[in-house]
Design a protein around this ligand. Structure first.
Ligand code: FES
Length: 690
């Protein structure tokens, strides 16, 4: 460890730490623009000046560029260092337009903060400012180059970190332009991170432009629901409208960034098509009346058709509590079939994938970023889990070898069945991402060809597709792991393997066992697989196949296929306008994830809590004038008579004679009750990792 003194405070840091990072480790702030924890140093802005009073280096130095060394005595408040930082800010502000009142970054602008903190309040320069033309960068990101302070964060992120090729720095000397060769949408599926990473307002979120100031937003720590990785986010809303989503740091999961699918897929929460009114046979009723009607309907239905005639359908996009309550409803009724997956294949594959993961072998995104060998099997990373592709890129940039086992179309050489990339707008509209992977890889025929001899941190990333099934078989034989877990108790006993079998990869302890990352289907697919195992759930397609099911009640479920003739949708609870909602006898509008608190369990088995961001109800702004909420005085928000699915099920159970359940997290899930939304999450049998 290196020992130095900063502002009279003794500091101990590992070798390789910079003076700036050493100061941060003891909460001494040093202004910085170009340095970023995920990008490292660039030495471009010169605002991190400190004075080296004693030790191996002397004088005013850039703290982001200087490795901490034994015996250093550093002052961040020395007059000479402060004068230097003040001058740098003044130089940077010479060309800055001083347009904070009309800039969307105002209130969350690092340049604004450090300018004020440095005491620069009066502009002495009265010459002409350097100006640029802005570019059209697509429908999501606004470009305002005059605000640029040339820190190079954007181009370093876009090209180096994310592997984008259509954006960069152009020009020379003091005239540097950060943009594209020509106007046009940014092609990288991670382009939205420019908004977060720019320390001033060059790149702002166009979808929320001029809608709110930072301090106006309702915001809370949340988890992205758009794939199974569980990237951490901060959604921001105003007047019951979800306006934008930003990345939230979690070093084990997404690091500092999120993908564009997670950032820009906010419209579904605000859409006028969203079910917000409880209905019984198409007639508007209160939520209470709808639940009364459903309780009666359910009793009549079971009496008429028998206990085997009902399917209770949960989903991998519903939070953990909702799915737990769906299982409890089935138990309470003593009737019906619990279906948490749509398709038999998907249920089986997800169950097998989850059963292979242990606390030791489950790979986080951080494990992937620091891997020295990555194997991709049967997955389309960019489409199914874009941030995992970004994680693989970081490993590849650090020298990891990446191998792929085709024949998944996404892993085929260009021209062999690959499809052209989608535009940014198509990506969000279709919820799909297609394009070249941001790293180079080699093909191998099977896992047996993986050259493990010199690797220390190998990771295998596997999809839960048909191709993934084959890969799972290979992984099974390679690891000699059983597909089913022993024990019938709680989460811990279900995940841990009592006597892990010897892996053929582990030759006398010389080769490490690869870690595994599965790409699952939905933000709570892991939780659903666990619940299906605990409660003997079956896939809906399997339940329907034997002909006994006559009716279903569904909670936040999507059907991939038409329901067979004669199956009644007794009730559908959802916040999305699905086909099930359209044909349900009883419609129960639910809250979206940003309107409630809940837990998702991500692909590695990490339980993460998300908090309520906004109150439910029709947005006040952003809709067409005809769809503006009624302008009448009232206590409740129009369209706000909705509830989380878990709460709806509890109220239904109460009507059916059960005591109301206020806390669904009981039994094996009890340990998650106190889960902190701002922590790293909990691998479900390792609470100490929180
Ligand atoms: Fe050190 Fe920019 S933060 S030079």
């Amino acid at each position: 460890m290196i020992k130095l003194i900063i502002d009279n405070i003794p500091v101990e840091v590992p070798e390789g730490t910079t003076v700036l990072e050493a100061a941060q480790s003891v909460d001494i702030p040093i202004p910085h623009f170009c340095w970023h924890p995920a990008l490292g140093k660039a030495g471009a802005c010169r605002v991190c000046a400190v004075k080296m009073l004693d030790g191996p280096v002397k004088g005013v130095q850039m703290s982001c560029m200087l490795p901490a060394q034994d015996g250093m005595v550093v002052s961040t408040t020395d007059d000479e260092a402060m004068a230097m930082r003040k001058s740098v800010i003044e130089w940077l502000m010479i060309n800055h337009p001083h347009d904070c009142p009309v800039c969307d970054e105002g209130g969350e602008c690092q340049l604004q903060d450090f300018t004020i903190a440095g005491g620069h309040g009066i502009r002495r320069y009265d010459g002409k400012k350097r100006t640029y033309n802005n570019q059209y960068l697509g429908e999501f990101i606004e470009h305002e180059m005059n605000r640029c302070i040339q820190c190079y964060r954007c181009s370093r992120f876009y090209q180096e970190y994310a592997g984008g090729a259509d954006f960069g720095a152009m020009g020379r000397a003091a005239i540097v332009y950060f943009g594209r060769q020509d106007d046009g949408p940014l092609q990288s599926p991670f382009s939205g991170n420019l908004v977060d990473i720019c320390p001033t307002g060059v790149f702002t979120d166009k979808t929320a432009r001029f809608r709110a100031r930072y301090w106006d937003y309702d915001m809370a720590p949340s988890v992205c629901p758009h794939c199974s990785l569980g990237c951490n986010t901060v959604p921001m809303a105003r007047y019951r409208e979800l306006l934008k989503t930003t990345a939230r740091r979690n070093d084990h999961v997404n690091g500092w960034f999120i993908c564009d699918k997670g950032r820009f897929s906010n419209a579904g929460v605000n859409t006028p098509e969203r079910p917000r009114q409880a209905l019984v046979d198409g007639k508007p009723v209160s939520l209470d009346e709808a639940l009364d009607a459903l309780a009666t309907l359910l009793g009549e239905f079971l009496e008429l058709h028998g206990p085997d005639s009902l399917a209770i359908v949960g989903s991998t996009r519903m939070d953990l509590a909702g799915n737990i309550m769906a299982a409890r409803l089935r138990e309470m009724l003593g009737a019906g079939t619990l279906c948490l997956f749509n398709d038999t294949d998907r249920a089986e594959l997800t169950g097998k994938a989850v059963s292979l993961l242990t606390t030791e072998n489950s790979a986080s995104q951080e494990d992937v970023r620091s891997a020295d060998l990555v194997v991709l099997v049967g997955c389309d990373l960019l489409d199914e889990a874009p941030m995992m592709a970004l994680a693989v890129r970081q490993a590849w940039r650090s020298g990891a070898r990446v191998y792929a086992i085709a024949p998944h179309p996404a892993l085929l050489p260009e021209g062999e069945g690959t499809q052209p990339p989608l535009s940014p707008g198509e990506r969000v509209a279709e919820g799909r991402v297609r394009g070249p992977l941001p790293f180079k890889f080699e093909y191998i025929a099977s896992l047996a060809d993986v050259p493990l001899a010199e690797t220390k941190r190998p990771v295998i990333i596997c999809g839960t597709s048909r191709q993934g099934l084959e890969a799972l078989k290979n992984i099974q034989s390679a690891f000699a792991l059983p597909f089913t877990k022993g024990g019938s108790g709680g989460i811990s006993s279900s995940i841990e393997t009592a006597n892990p079998p010897q892996s053929p990869f582990d030759k006398g302890g010389l080769q490490p066992e690869p870690k595994l990352a599965f790409i699952l289907d939905g933000p709570n697919a892991f939780g659903c697989a666990e619940l299906a195992r605990q409660h003997h759930g079956v896939a809906l397609s399997a339940a329907l196949a034997d002909g006994r099911i006559k009716g279903i009640i569904s909670f936040e479920a999507d059907l991939h296929h038409e329901l067979p003739q004669g199956i009644a949708v007794l009730a559908a609870a959802d916040w999305r306008p699905t086909g099930l909602v359209a044909r349900a006898g009883v419609v129960l509008p639910t809250t979206a994830w940003v309107e409630q608190e809940g837990i998702y369990i991500n692909n590695e088995g990490r339980a993460q809590r998300f908090k309520k961001v906004m109150n439910p109800g029709l947005p006040i702004k952003g809709l067409t004038p005809e769809l503006h909420p009624p302008r009448v005085h009232g206590i409740d928000a129009p369209g706000g008579d909705v509830a989380p699915s878990a709460r709806l099920i509890a109220l239904l159970m109460q009507r059916l004679g059960e005591a109301v359940v206020d806390e669904p997290l009981s039994g094996p899930w009890k340990a998650l009750k106190d889960l902190d939304a701002t922590g790293a999450g909990v691998i479900i049998n390792q609470r100490e990792q929180a």
